[in-house]
Design a protein around this ligand. Structure first.
Ligand code: ZN
Length: 262
């Protein structure tokens, strides 16, 4: 797509779909946006005049909606000038439910914190899109939302190349069993009693937590998990993700989500 510039030469534009992850006020009328796009990965846009009520961009610069972004192909700086946006898909059940909305923020922060390489952006963009679709359809209760969170993190790990497994000893390959099982975060799996040894990065997990995580990963019917164990499963997933993705500072949006859910 091209439109004439003031000098008469064609200015090539690019289109890409994506999700707004962060919006930062800039000057009296503008925003800088951090957007995760399908083809370009994480992009910063300058949205000029977007704070004005009559801006074309008004209402479309919100998190949790799927949007198409139009911008010049040639960028003079790291911040690209946003030309136009159009709505691709709205998720009203997410937008109108503050708890679901806060979980959507968690999904976004994972991509912001552990940003995948541009070449892998399409898969991660589609992961976020699928995550929001599931969130839109999920019943608004605690169990369903915790499962949605776990599924999202496990799929993220899968795409990023460090899929954990919860069934077989990483040393001998035998199935693991017992009320408490040691999981080796660096090796991405549990160890059986015979192969057990204490080392940094090992985590004790109750067997029911392991079975629940495995069921989430496989999209199977979920066994009931009590509130405390669900919290432990979440802590484990965040630890696992942080350790493999290279940063272990907590995600800020997780505590907001928890506070709203309680
Ligand atoms: Zn073993």
């Amino acid at each position: 797509m091209a439109k004439p510039s003031r000098s008469g030469a064609a200015v090539a534009s690019l289109k890409d779909s994506g999700f707004l992850l962060r919006k930062i006020a800039f000057s009296e009328s503008s925003f800088i946006l951090k957007v995760f796009t399908r083809e370009h990965g994480l992009v910063s846009f300058m949205a000029k005049g977007a704070k004005r009520q009559n801006s074309r961009l008004h209402g479309l610069l919100e998190p949790g909606i799927h949007v198409q972004y139009l911008f010049p192909a040639h960028a003079r700086s790291e911040i690209r000038l946003l030309t136009d946006v159009s709505l691709l898909r709205d998720f009203p059940a997410v937008r109108e439910d503050i708890v679901k909305q806060s979980l959507a923020q968690v999904f976004g922060e994972v991509l912001l914190r552990y940003t995948p390489d541009e070449t892998e952006a399409p898969e991660f963009h589609d992961l976020l899109l699928a995550g929001l679709e599931k969130l839109e359809a999920a019943p608004p209760d605690r169990n369903a939302l915790q499962a949605a969170f776990a599924a999202y993190v496990l799929e993220y790990c899968d795409l990023a190349g460090y899929r954990p497994q919860f069934r077989h000893c990483v040393q001998c390959g035998d199935p693991v069993a017992g009320p408490n099982i040691v999981f080796h975060v660096d090796q991405g799996g549990p160890r059986c009693g015979r192969c057990h040894r204490e080392e940094p990065g090992s985590q004790w997990l109750r067997e029911n937590i392991l079975r629940w995580l495995e069921a989430v990963q496989q999209g199977a019917d979920l066994p009931i998990l009590g509130r405390t164990d669900a919290g432990r499963a979440e802590d484990f997933l965040l630890l696992y993700l942080g350790r493999h993705a290279g940063a272990q500072k907590p995600l800020k949006s997780v505590s907001v989500w928890h506070a709203l859910m309680d």
